[in-house]
Write a new protein. Sequence first.
Length: 385
Amino acid sequence: MYRFMDKEEIEIRQMDSLKMIHLYKLGGSDAIAAYYGDNQQINMCAMDKHYNLLMERVLTLYSQCEDKNSIIVDGTAKKLLEVAVGRENNYTNFFNRVGVKYKAMEGLEAPRFAADGAMRETMIPMLQYYIKELYNLWDVKVDFERNTRGWHRNCVLKLKKDGETFMLPVRMDFQETNACTANVGNFLTDMNTIEFQVTYSDNRQLIVFECKELALVGENRIEIKGDKIKSVTTISVNGQNVYYMDEDVPVVQIGSEGARFKNMPKYVDIDVANSMVYQLPWGGYVVCRVSESVDETAKRTDYDTIYIESNDTKVMIRHFSYGLVENLSDGLKLRTDGAIMRKLYYGDKHGELETLFIPVGYYSGWDYKEFLENKYFYESMEVSK
């Protein structure tokens, strides 16, 4: 799709004839200087707008260069680049751990089924939790009927208040793969609409909500920080802060959580034994796995963050993974081996699991781009159980 690009982005996309690469640290941030063409240079740090695009272009040019010795790179940086663009039989860590099983499977360019309805259902417990909490802000006690009826992206929530039943129409949108927008009508009173925007990333889940009629604005940031997860919630009404809470998300001992979660690893490829599992207040889970390996010159750390949303027997899993390679001599780091995997279990009646691998950008491995990226894979759970 055509769009207006700024001068800097066009310059990066037109780069060719790479001459020298310099990776360094700038004020605590990773940075890169690339020399190319006829004495041309681009210099950026990780805080700059087009840093990821520049890294992707540099790695592409480096990997395509037949005579890599013609490109000047210092020794420690060269080792990091070789890790990032290595090919032949040297599959990346994520591909060896998770992706290799899909290599022999048929990958489709388009989904086999319409997924909006199943995705919508997995988001319902989260919506009900926030709506109930927001009603409580006005001292209104409510409950929801368990079953919801809907079609594709639309449904109706049945809310019970003071013995009466009220209908809250809901329309969801999944235009972005790792995001959801939900508009809920009749919030508190008829004709009020509250909008929720939910986004997922490798280190944060963000839920933003707004009701213009009530001048209500709020957000809940679920931040993954090392060995713990924090939940930070802020709410304002008419421009004034009315609520703030900073709390830890509890760790879950899997053995005490019942068969529902223990059965999930059968079809979601979760290394539960080596992971920390956290439970969100609406019943969703965040699974975090960190593993390290060290040799004489470098340390590699692999990070996996998995979000699990479920409702009845329908399950949505979003799996973010990347590796961080660090030179022990100078502390220079390079993100590599990136992957984003979305799994959707359509429920027991359907019995099929859909897996989609989403583009990551410059730091995904060659095997990910070649065998997995933008492809849908299907497995019958009747066989896998």
